[in-house]
Design a protein around this ligand. Sequence first.
Ligand code: CP
Ligand code: NVA
Length: 307
Amino acid sequence: MVRHFRRDDDITPAEQQHIIDLAIAMKADPYSHKPLAGPKSVALFFDKPSTRTRVSFSVGVADLGGNPLIIHAGESQLGEKESIADTARVLDRMVAAIVWRTFLQTDIDEMADHSNVPVINSLSNSFHPCQLLADLISIHEHKGSLNGLTVAFVGDGSSNMANSYLLAGAMSGMHVRVATPSAYQPLADARATATRIASETGGSVLVTDDVAEAVSGADIVVTDTWISMGQESEKERRITDFAGYGVTADVMSRAHAQALFLHCLPAYRGYEVDADVIDGPQSIVWDQAENRLHAQKALLHFLLTAS
Ligand code: CP
Ligand code: NVA
């Protein structure tokens, strides 16, 4: 049966560990796996801007022996003129996988429902699961393991990144704490599912409005923009609402002395993170960005060989 990666919990904890291990092996030997030899093509749809995702998927598909096809919003019939279902039925006759960055999670689910090739969510309003694989690889590289670590997400708890941290972090056996204003809660489904997964992996889930509670003794501190793509009209209100939820040197000082700082980027210095944190010695954001490439190559290899 075809496997998709619509959200972080489309894989099992064992599969997540396998993808992490494979990514680390492929990072050491980048041209060793060629599941797209032919070359087979992968369709990369972007309804929102991207630097890291666009480049890492393009390079990754080429590294795997394949051909990346980048399709921007407005360049295909998808949307106004042609349904998601019909698009999926056409594409899966020609490409080995479909990668889609868009707004609604339900649209990605619909594409997957009608596709006979893997559909990968490369960011929706609700989840950013490819980013989480890169984050977990980065943490694993620097800490040696994931299980039992404490990660504190500080900022917009309603963001795709917070929802994905809950699911993927719990799946890896981490203790996931989210500090967010009470009006910006994670998806109820993500929180409940993460809590269930954590009960099986030994992790845990905490959502609080208290930054100090979340970061106290944490091994990893992570944040994301307060203004996600599509929320630009809410900028002023969000900057007011998230006051006190930025990652400053004082916030980092409450975490473990060896704590790592992560950010999926792009970052807005002086808002969700201060420059001395993201550009300081605890930050691993450049490793994290590079690991998008290795994570997605391993993910594609897994989905293409599992399907
Ligand atoms: N982190 C991330 O997804 O970056 P891009 O928006 O540049 O792809
Ligand atoms: N939450 C951010 C992530 C950017 C990679 C957004 O959706 O814009």
